[in-house]
Design a protein. Structure first.
Length: 301
C-alpha cells in the first residue's frame, strides 16, 4: 500500500501475531493491537513504537463477544475522532486450540469456535463501515481443515462439518476437531464475506505453514507437545519468526494488493483449497447462523 494508514491485528502478543505486528511496525502504520491486556500486550506495543509505528493497545478477551463489541466501539471512536489514520487493514490472527470441545466461552459457545471464528466475525461485522478503500481483511487459515501429512503425524483430525449452530454448542468430540472445524469455517466465511463487502475491500486467508511447538498446542498431551518442539527445530519447518513477516506482507505490501475472494496464501504462494472448502450452500448457511449466534449473544448481554 502506498499509504499504510491504520492496521488492526488481533492476538499480537505471542508467536505469529507478535512477529507480524513488529514487521508491520517497520512500515510505519498506525497499529491497533487487540489482545488480552497485560504485560505481553504492553511489551509488544512498546517494541512496535520503537520501530516507528503509532500504536494503540486495546485490551480485549476474544472469548467474550461483549469484549469484542467494546473493542470495535473503541476502534470506531478512534477513527471518528481522527486519533488514528484511516483503517486500511484488519488481520484476524488470534486463535487457540483445545482438545476438549466441552469448554465454553463467556457466551456459552464452544471455546475454539468462539475465539477462532465467532469473535472475528463479530469484530469484522462491527467495523465493515469503518474501512477506507482500498482495504484488506486477512483471516488466519490452516490446512488442518483436511487431512495432510503433518497434521496426521501430530494426530490433528480433519474437519467434521455440521450445521454451525451445532459446531457452536459445547459437547464431547474428537480432540482437535474443533480447531479444524473453525478453520474450515474461516474459509467459508472469507468466500461469503467477499461477496457481501463489495468493491474496495479485499478478503484473503493466510496459512503460515505448519508451526509445531507454538502456544496453539499448549493443551495437547505432553508427548505431543514434546514432539512439536522437536519438529520445530527441523530445517525448513515454519516458525513464527519466519511466517510473521510473511503475514505482514500479505496485509500491507503492494505485491498482494490483488488478493480477493478469500484467496488462500500458504506462506508466499496462492494455493487452491480442497474442493470441500468451497461450498456455496454451506457458506450461505454459515453467514445466516453466524448472525443468529451473534444476535443471541447480544440479547443475553
Amino acid at each position: 500500500m502506498t499509504e499504510p494508514g491504520t492496521v488492526l491485528i488481533t492476538g499480537p502478543t505471542r508467536n505469529l501475531g507478535r512477529h507480524a505486528a513488529l514487521a508491520m511496525a517497520e512500515r510505519k502504520p498506525d497499529l491497533l493491537l487487540v489482545g488480552r491486556p497485560g504485560r505481553d500486550l504492553t511489551a509488544v506495543a512498546e517494541e512496535a513504537r520503537a520501530r516507528g509505528a503509532g500504536v494503540r493497545e486495546i485490551g480485549c478477551d476474544l472469548s467474550s463477544l461483549a469484549d469484542v463489541r467494546a473493542a470495535a466501539a473503541t476502534v470506531r471512536d478512534l477513527l471518528a475522532s481522527g486519533a488514528v489514520r484511516p483503517l486500511r487493514a484488519l488481520v484476524a490472527n488470534a486463535g487457540m486450540s483445545t482438545g476438549d470441545t466441552r469448554h465454553a466461552s463467556a457466551d456459552g459457545y464452544e471455546l475454539t469456535f468462539a475465539v477462532n471464528y465467532l469473535a472475528h466475525a463479530q469484530l469484522i461485522g462491527d467495523l465493515l463501515g469503518s474501512f477506507t478503500a482500498p482495504a484488506r481483511i486477512v483471516l488466519l487459515g490452516s490446512n488442518t481443515y483436511h487431512a495432510n501429512f503433518w497434521r496426521k503425524l501430530m494426530k490433528v483430525p480433519e474437519a467434521q462439518w455440521a450445521d454451525p449452530v451445532e459446531l457452536a454448542r459445547p459437547a464431547a468430540g474428537a480432540p482437535g476437531v474443533a480447531y479444524s472445524n473453525a478453520k474450515l469455517a474461516v474459509l467459508y466465511y472469507a468466500h461469503e464475506l467477499q461477496r457481501r463487502v463489495g468493491d474496495g475491500i479485499n478478503v484473503a486467508v493466510f496459512e503460515p505453514g505448519f508451526m509445531p511447538g507454538t502456544a496453539l498446542g499448549r493443551n495437547a498431551p505432553p508427548a505431543l507437545q514434546a514432539m512439536g518442539r522437536a519438529m520445530g527445530r527441523i530445517p525448513g519447518v515454519s516458525t513464527p519468526q519466519r511466517s510473521g513477516p510473511l503475514l505482514a506482507a500479505v496485509a500491507l505490501d503492494e505485491k498482494w494488493a490483488h488478493l480477493r475472494d478469500g484467496a488462500f496464501v500458504v506462506k508466499t504462494k496462492v494455493t487452491d483449497v480442497h474442493p470441500m472448502a468451497q461450498d456455496r450452500d454451506r457458506e450461505r448457511r454459515l453467514w445466516e447462523a453466524t448472525a443468529e449466534l451473534l444476535a443471541r449473544s447480544g440479547a443475553r448481554g
